[in-house]
Write a protein that binds this ligand. Structure first.
Ligand SMILES: *Cc1c(COP(=O)(O)O)cnc(C)c1O
Length: 377
């Protein structure tokens, strides 16, 4: 959403070139909405969604914890004012020396999904708390997470028993239902799996304490999405169904849902052309594309709202592409994107819902194009 503050910033500063403008007030509102919707869950912001120092500082000040995937992200969270006790090293794929560095920095909560990773943590962070990630099917997510992370629940049981044997504190279970999850009941099956892992371990005298329910909370692109409140209600119902009156500690790790709608990219139309005289669709080339930060348009998965000064004029389906010399740098072609016929070369456009997963995906200098500039206001 383009807030008045973002409009004012763009109107007065008139930054040249494509840039992201992030409104901290929106992030603050999102944080409060999550806290209100899920008052019993600790919030661990997924740093990779937008690691701008101003964003991390705001969230640290509001009381957020942080889900980090690397030592660099851990250092950023510490720099922003979080203590090590508020940081989770949530990547299941870590170098042993990075585990040791995190441990030296005071981090004591680590994700695992294999026996091999447990061994690294037992050596490099002895006595630490570990949670095991279980696979979910990602069904219903617009940006699903594949089988890369997690193991089947039965293996999670073995992994956590092994962690216990190696002197670690087997602490809990985690999952991620898939990003941009628009079904509020998607957590139910994963919580049923989590409960089964709890029960199996309890039979062996190991008492887990925590369920990390991951991210997946959506941001509004073209279609409306359910509110944080609706997710909170549905997740609470699922917790009650599966855990009864023994609901464990819970964590949520919103990334996209925390920052997505807080950012707007200002871009410019570089060229509008056709491929033949009788071509049906105009090609609209912007000064930002897949390599400038819009990587989530891969397979046309995420469809961003694009605003122009001509909205309301007659529309026509267009191909939208980026400025680089890579032929993969096409944003929308299979599914043409309606833009005003009056849109012309040199016009500015606003790409909304771009606060998450844009600056971090932007290439360093592909074809000499600068990485995406960001202004946090
Ligand atoms: C990326 C990630 C998140 C954030 O996911 P969103 O769908 O953006 O909310 C949360 N947890 C982990 C472990 C992640 O890797």
């Amino acid at each position: 959403m383009t807030t008045q503050r973002i409009r004012d910033f763009l109107a007065t500063r008139r930054p040249d070139g494509p840039c992201l403008v992030v409104d901290l007030d929106v992030i603050s509102d999102n944080f409060h909405a999550f806290r209100h919707a899920m008052p019993d869950s600790a919030i661990y912001y997924a740093v990779k969604a937008n690691p701008a120092p101003e964003v991390l500082k705001l969230l640290a000040g509001l009381g957020s914890n942080f889900d980090c995937a690397s030592v660099a992200e851990i250092e950023m969270a510490l720099e922003a004012g979080a203590t090590a006790a508020r940081i989770s090293f949530g990547n299941t794929i870590k170098k042993e020396r990075d585990v040791a560095r995190a441990h030296a920095l005071g981090v004591s909560l680590f994700a695992v999904d294999s026996h091999e990773e447990v061994e690294k943590i037992s050596r490099a962070a002895p006595g630490a708390r570990v949670f095991c990630r279980v696979l979910t099917d990602g069904e219903g997510a617009e940006w699903p997470l594949s089988r890369k992370f997690g193991c089947v629940p039965q293996m999670a049981v073995d992994v956590l028993v092994y962690a216990h044997q190696l002197g670690l504190q087997s602490y809990g279970v985690s999952f991620h239902v898939g990003s941009q999850m628009t079904k509020v009941d998607a957590w139910d099956l994963a919580l049923a799996d989590a409960k089964r892992v709890f029960v199996s371990l309890a039979k062996q005298g190991i008492h887990l304490q925590m369920v990390n329910m991951g991210g997946g909370f959506p941001t509004k692109y073209l279609r409306d999405v359910p509110s944080a409140e609706a997710y909170g209600k549905s997740i609470y119902q699922a917790l009650r169904t599966h855990f009864g009156n023994q609901i464990p500690q819970t964590i949520i790790e919103p990334g996209r849902g925390m920052v997505g709608n807080a950012g707007v990219i200002k871009a410019e139309v570089v060229l509008i052309s056709k491929k033949s005289d009788n071509d049906d669709a105009r090609w609209v080339f912007l000064d930002i594309g897949k390599f400038g930060g819009l990587a989530e348009t891969m397979d046309e998965a995420i469809r961003y709202p694009i605003r122009t000064d001509h909205d309301g004029d007659e529309m026509e389906p267009c191909v939208i592409a980026g400025p680089t010399c890579d032929s993969a740098d096409v944003l929308y072609e299979k599914n043409l994107y309606p833009l005003p016929i009056s849109l012309s070369i040199g016009d500015e456009v606003l790409i909304e819902g771009t606060g998450a997963y844009t600056t971090t995906y932007s290439a360093v200098a592909f074809n000499g194009f600068e990485p995406l500039k960001a202004y946090v206001i």
